[in-house]
Structure formats: C-alpha cells, structure tokens
Design a protein around this ligand. Structure first.
Ligand code: KIV
Ligand code: NA
Length: 269
C-alpha cells in the first residue's frame, strides 16, 4: 500500500474499513504485523520503547534510518512510514527536504511523518510538491515535550481546541495524505476528522478518527505501566519473564541442554 491508497480510505468513513496502524522497529516484528495492518509506522517512539531514552528528543536520523531499513525488510503489503526525528526538519524547508529525501532513499519507505506545529505546514507543502509523501501529526506532539511540558491531552480549552484544529487544517491543506491525531478529547477528534478530506489516525483520540494506531510494545503488554488510552492485547512481559525464568532454572539445575540438544562426534570403529 502507498499514500494514495491510505488517502482514498477517507471516502469510506463511517461505513468502510477503518485504517489499521501499529508501530514497528525491527524486521521480524514487522513481518508479523504486516499481515494485519494497513500501515506500519517506524515511530521515533523507538527511542523510548527500544533504546530506553526519557523522551524522543534524543532520537537521531541515523537511528530512524537503521530501524526503517529493518522494518522494510519485514514488511510486504503494508505501507511503511518513517518518523522524522527532532531537529531534522524544523530548521528550514531545504534542510527538511535533504533529510527526508535521505530517509526515503536509504530506507525505501513509502512516506515520512512530521509533527506539525505552527511552522511545519509550510515545510510539508514544500516536501509534497517535490514528491515526498508526508503524514502529519497534531495534538499532543511528543517532540515538543520540553516546551509544552509533560505528556498531557490537548484541546481541553477553547483556545487550544481552535489552535489544534487550525494546525490540522493547515497540515491537510499543505498536502499531507493523512494525519495522526494524538491525545485529544473526542469532540476535537471528531471536529478534525469531519473538517479534513484526508483520513485521521488516532492515538488516545477516541473512536471518532478514520483509523487507529498504538505503540506495539504498549498493546503487547511489554511494560508494567500503560496510559488510559492503551488496550493490552497481550502479556509479552509476563511471557518473556516466564520463558527466561524457565531457562535460568534449567541451566542452574543442569537440565539444559539435554541429549536431544547436544551434538555428538561420529563413532569411529
Ligand atoms: O512515534 C510514534 O510511535 C508515534 C505514534 C504513537 C503516532 O508517533
Ligand atoms: Na512519533
């Protein structure tokens, strides 16, 4: 799938199939998710969920390219979108183009995603006009955590609601093929989804969006704590913990390896 296919899903909103998205950071996981998802996002959340960073500000272009390449090796049918990290696109249109083109060339992904604050729609227009499909991202913008403060739902006051709506409209007008809406109340998510002619993909943004995305490690239950908007479909942490405890016990009791797991030299007569 590619940007025009995702874009075309808008017409079926309400009756049609919702857009199914998850994050992916490595090849084997991407291969599993690909069978079920329309879109795989190589999110800069990789910095937090894989690399253990406190937020996404420390994520580099090189990290995104490396994980993008890995995901591309596992994905077959789903569209792959790579997040542009903090500092790679805000400085100007030309720098943004250079970095986005590098990500597209070195990963082979079908699009990039930019967090779209007040100044970014202009850059998105520049990129789209030059052949780079862009997904937008409005509402709670994790890369703005150092100026905005802690991760908190957006659009709860009238002023903020109008600002987020305006940023979503400007992002769509700039040519984004779809927009992630993160951490907003249902009313605002509905307003944005109804105002735009491109599909919205929600995370912590109610059922009013055209599609949904979650951080895969969250929905698989790899962490003890997950936010309110996450539904856990698995207990990967418990699964890994049980498996490793079993291995450790077997090694300590010298039950592993057994004969079936052992190579023997050929008998010579
Ligand atoms: O980085 C990420 O995982 C994201 C999604 C949560 C939308 O941007
Ligand atoms: Na992101």
């Amino acid at each position: 799938l590619a940007a025009p296919d995702i874009r075309a899903r808008k017409s079926s909103r309400g009756q049609g199939e919702a857009i199914v998205c998850l994050t992916a950071y490595d090849a084997p996981t991407a291969e599993i998710l690909d069978a079920h998802c329309d879109l795989l996002l190589v999110g800069d959340s990789v910095g937090m969920v894989v690399h253990g960073l406190p937020n996404t500000v420390g994520v580099t272009l090189e990290m995104m390219i490396l994980h993008g390449q890995a995901v591309m090796r596992g994905a077959r049918r789903a569209m792959v979108v790579v997040d542009m990290p903090f500092g790679s696109y805000e400085g100007g249109k030309e720098i943004a183009y250079e970095n986005c083109a590098r990500v597209m060339k070195e990963t082979g992904a079908q699009a990039v995603k930019l967090e779209s604050g007040p100044t970014v729609p202009e850059t998105i227009a520049y990129l789209v006009q030059r052949g780079i499909p862009v997904m937008g991202h409005v509402g709670l913008r994790p890369q703005a955590v150092l100026t905005d403060g802690a991760f908190k739902a957006k659009g709860r006051t009238d002023e903020e609601r109008l600002r987020v709506l305006a940023e979503a409209e400007a992002t769509a007008d700039a040519g984004a093929f779809s927009i992630v809406v993160e951490g907003v109340a249902e009313g605002l998510a509905r307003e944005i989804t109804e105002a735009l002619d491109v599909p919205t993909v929600g995370i912590g943004a109610s059922a009013a969006c055209d599609g949904q995305i979650l951080v895969t490690h969250d929905m698989l239950g790899l962490f003890d704590w997950t936010p309110k908007f996450v539904r856990r479909y698995g207990d990967l942490k418990g699964e890994i913990d049980r498996a490793v405890a079993g291995y450790a016990a077997d090694v300590r009791a010298r039950r592993f390896p057994a004969e079936v797991e052992t190579y023997f030299s050929k008998k010579t007569a």
